[in-house]
Design a protein around this ligand. Structure first.
Ligand SMILES: O=C[C@H](O)[C@@H](O)CC(=O)C(=O)O
Ligand SMILES: [Zn+2]
Length: 275
């Protein structure tokens, strides 16, 4: 699996476009017939995709994990951003229509991805180290804790759905959900924030083929941008902004891991202070 070492904010001013993308963007998440993942040393998150493409696709272990099986010392959050599929965890099969989220706890030996009848599933994977076992649990699209955010007048009306969090599906570290922009709204997470206790990753999806998201990264006082296409993921270290504006409406899976799980524990970055 691809490994990416951690980046310090004092390196940011020296990065050109290619270097920024190489460090923070996961350009290809979904590869048909494969489990394709990246290991970032920021909070030791493993993120990527699993695309069964008509077959039974097992979650393998990787040498870099030094574990007998993937979830020996880890937990995983899975969101399906494709057609309906199934995930089988130690013999129990869960059906995930588009937008559903499955948490699979530490200690689960066998995880197998498959398409449901007529479906073409695309499972987004987000895994973090775990210290104890929480039960495997499924939540369907729209059935998490719903928060309505933003305003049409500032082009940031969006519906945020919290799936794995303190008052929802329990986990050791992972906090995960999906945000959907309303038609005509383009800005996510503005006003922006950082959270020095957690790394966060976004997977942008439902981005039209001819549209892009201009994603802001870096410290609030020294911002950079990445131009992101459909079904690409971006890693935001604890010190980095993670906000974006699309050239059309879109959705994204957001997921965090780190020191705490307090969703509202953000360090706000007021618009007037951005540079
Ligand atoms: O720390 C929280 C994350 O940045 C996201 O949940 C924010 C988000 O989905 C949004 O504002 O639309
Ligand atoms: Zn955040």
């Amino acid at each position: 699996m691809e490994q990416r070492y951690a980046t310090s904010p004092d390196q940011m001013p020296g990065f050109g476009t290619e270097e920024l993308r190489r460090r923070f963007l996961v350009e290809t998440v979904f590869v048909p017939g494969e489990v394709n993942v990246v290991y970032t040393h920021h909070d030791r998150i493993v993120l990527g995709g699993a695309v069964p493409a008509g077959k039974q696709l097992a979650l393998p272990t990787f040498d870099e994990l030094r574990a007998e099986y993937f979830l020996q010392n880890r937990e995983i959050g899975i969101v399906n951003v494709g057609g309906t599929g199934t995930v089988t965890a130690d013999g129990d099969t869960y059906t995930l229509p588009e937008g559903a989220c499955l948490y699979v706890g530490k200690g689960t030996r066998d995880v197998v991805f498959a398409d449901a009848e007529g479906g073409a599933a695309q499972f987004y994977l987000f895994s973090a180290p775990a210290h104890t076992v929480y039960p495997t649990q499924l939540v369907l699209r729209g059935e998490g804790n719903v928060r309505e955010l933003g305003d049409q007048l500032t082009s940031n009306r969006r519906t945020l759905n919290q799936y794995i969090h303190e008052k929802g599906i329990r986990s050791c570290q992972i906090v995960m959900g999906v945000t959907e922009l309303h038609p005509g709204s383009m800005w996510n997470t503005m006003p922006a924030h950082t959270h020095d206790r957690r790394t966060e990753c976004y997977l942008y999806f439902n981005v039209p083929a001819d549209a892009r998201v201009i994603h802001l990264a870096g410290e609030p006082s020294e911002t950079r941008h990445l131009v992101i296409a459909d079904r690409q993921a971006v890693i935001s270290p604890s010190w980095s902004l993670h906000s974006g504006v699309g050239t059309a409406a879109y959705s994204f899976v957001w997921a965090m891991a780190g020191e705490n799980q307090s969703f509202d524990d953000m360090d706000s970055a007021p618009v007037t202070g951005l540079r």
